[in-house]
Write a protein that binds this ligand. Structure first.
Ligand code: R5P
Length: 314
């Protein structure tokens, strides 16, 4: 079977990103409608012929995560039943990722269940960016191309011409990512020692490493409520950082996260468009697109070229 034809289609999660990727590759988006039946069930219809095609389905599982996940599953099922040659689920933001292990009794491993659902629906491959934990790749028994937003975000940090920079991980889980940025920028590393005292109490008061008098760049995989980042900015400032900048790949932004970040004392905030942002962003926010990165990866997969050789990785 040949897969000369490349098809890019998208659900409702992020049409702007889908259009930007299509434009970057130089193709039209596949015609598809993803609507709702009167009872709220999701209705999918694809209008273009998919037989034998190399199909890429763009759908971050961003909020409303359950709707976007089911849309992705139904799109995969539709493509499989339409005899697509190969299906790659392009999931720039993989939701449910934070529940990746049983850290207490009687809780699910949601990330594993979601991986199973995507595989069962028919995905042959997965393309994603900055998983919450890289080990989630192993939850799929399929090839997973795991990209990093670092090449997209690091230019912003370089443009700041930071003096004596230190990259700060807002928790222990972010150390590897912080090290990768530090290596590229010739910076030191520090970690906010976030300790959970009880179910509803977290202690943020300690930093491992030196930030006094330095330009601190706090980098995280995602910002949801903004609580972790706001606390990280506070503690880094209290420990004497000169300027404080914030970066995150996935701007999930729930509740009043934008307002909180805008008033947390950070000198600048940079995020990518793996997830759509539905409100205007204040001036100090910088929005960088992952569309060229995803377009290059999609073309590399389509042409059976190396993806890891193309991109700087953590
Ligand atoms: C935690 O492990 C993650 O890396 C993020 O720090 C966290 O999920 C952000 O959530 P929020 O913005 O709600 O504090």
């Amino acid at each position: 079977m040949t897969r000369d034809k490349i098809t890019l289609l998208a659900g409702n999660a992020h049409p702007q990103l889908a259009r930007a990727i299509a434009e970057s590759i130089g193709i039209d988006l596949c015609k598809v409608t993803v609507g709702r039946f009167p009872d709220g069930e999701i209705d999918v219809k694809i209008y273009d012929d998919l037989r034998g095609s190399d199909v890429f389905i763009l759908q971050p599982t961003s909020p409303p995560v359950n709707d976007h996940l089911i849309e992705l599953l139904l799109l995969l099922d539709t493509c499989r039943r339409a005899s697509a040659g190969r299906m790659t689920a392009v999931i720039p933001y993989f939701g449910y990722a934070r529940k990746d292990r049983k850290d207490e009794g009687r809780v699910p491993i949601s990330a594993k269940l979601v991986a199973n659902m995507i595989s069962t629906a028919g995905a042959d491959r997965v393309l994603t960016i900055d998983l919450h934990a890289a080990q989630i790749q192993g939850f799929f028994d399929l090839p997973v191309d795991h990209l990093y937003a670092k090449p997209v975000l690091i230019d912003y940090f370089r443009s700041l011409d930071p003096k004596d920079p230190v990259i700060v991980a807002p928790d222990m889980g972010g150390l590897k990512r912080a090290r990768a940025y530090a290596e590229s920028l010739g910076a030191q590393v520090a970690i906010v020692d976030k300790r959970r005292i009880s179910a509803d109490k977290v202690d943020w008061e300690h930093i491992i490493g030196e930030v006094n008098g330095k330009d601190a760049l706090i980098i995280d995989d995602m910002i949801a409520t903004g609580g972790s980042m706001v606390q990280a900015v506070r503690i880094v400032k209290e420990h004497g950082a000169r300027r404080v900048y914030v970066g995150a790949t996935h701007a999930v932004f729930c509740g009043d996260a934008v307002h909180k970040l805008a008033h947390c004392g950070a000198d600048g905030i940079v995020i990518t468009d793996t997830v759509p942002v539905h409100e205007p962003l204040p001036e100090r926010f910088q929005y960088r697109s992952v569309a060229p990165l995803l377009a290059r990866a999609i073309l590399a997969i389509h042409q059976s070229n190396s993806v890891s050789a193309l991109f700087d990785k953590v």
